[in-house]
Design a protein around this ligand. Structure first.
Ligand SMILES: [Ca+2]
Ligand SMILES: [Ca+2]
Length: 217
């Protein structure tokens, strides 16, 4: 029983908590990804960083600035593509929350995967922490990330409560306009839809069983 409980605890931790993955798949090619502008590449900036007030697919509570896009500042490469966000936004309130609404299937389980990183300690910033919100409820937060300019990959599973799910990310480090970097976000169904061919195959198999039963009768 003890071994069983240990296995259950491990399974629970694996499905509900974080995982660190060395290499993450690009969210832009993740099959079934529900997230729009998942890599923050849609609004190309001409400088190494820039704050903007609109971002394709996303909303923000930043005030007055809403989003801070990075494109190679400090030679820090994005986790995916060329751009990412710093959620401790320059000249904002300053830790921000960004969100978008996804079309989901009620009762279906989804996996959120994202990359997060800390900055270089500028402005006295000692660590970065990002929170994941589902329908405005904080469900998961990263540990304090203290190694500068190193991407960490996290995954979290949730079950959709309705046909629309609000996905949010919250900056939770010290508010000093430095840190809490985010990129490469995917939300995909944990178990893919059965393919048409598989369904057809299962249907034919069931038909075969029915025919055999009729012959026996
Ligand atoms: Ca990106
Ligand atoms: Ca900060």
């Amino acid at each position: 029983m003890r071994r069983f409980r240990t296995l259950c605890a491990l399974a629970s931790a694996a499905s509900l908590s974080l995982t660190s993955i060395a290499e993450a798949q690009s969210c832009t090619t993740a099959v079934g990804n529900l997230v729009a502008n998942c890599s923050f590449e849609a609004n190309t900036i001409a400088s190494s960083w820039l704050w903007v007030n609109s971002l394709t697919g996303w909303e923000s509570n930043g005030n007055p600035n809403k989003f801070e896009i990075w494109r190679g500042l400090d030679s820090f490469a994005a986790a995916d593509g060329m751009q990412h966000l710093e959620l401790d936004v320059h000249h904002a309130n300053s830790n921000t929350t960004i969100w978008q609404t996804l079309n989901t299937q009620q009762g279906r389980e989804y996996t959120v995967t994202f990359s997060a990183a800390h900055r270089n300690g500028g402005g006295g910033d000692q660590f970065s922490v990002l929170g994941l919100l589902i329908n405005d409820v904080p469900l998961f937060q990263t540990p304090q990330m203290r190694t500068p300019y190193t991407w960490n990959v996290f995954s979290y599973n949730f079950v959709a409560a309705g046909t629309q799910t609000k996905l949010g990310f919250q900056s939770l480090g010290t508010q000093n306009t430095h840190g809490d970097h985010l990129d490469n976000i995917s939300v995909v169904a944990s178990v893919p839809e059965p393919s048409t061919s598989a369904l057809t195959g299962a249907g034919l198999l069931a038909l075969g069983v029915v025919v055999r039963l009729r012959r026996r009768a």
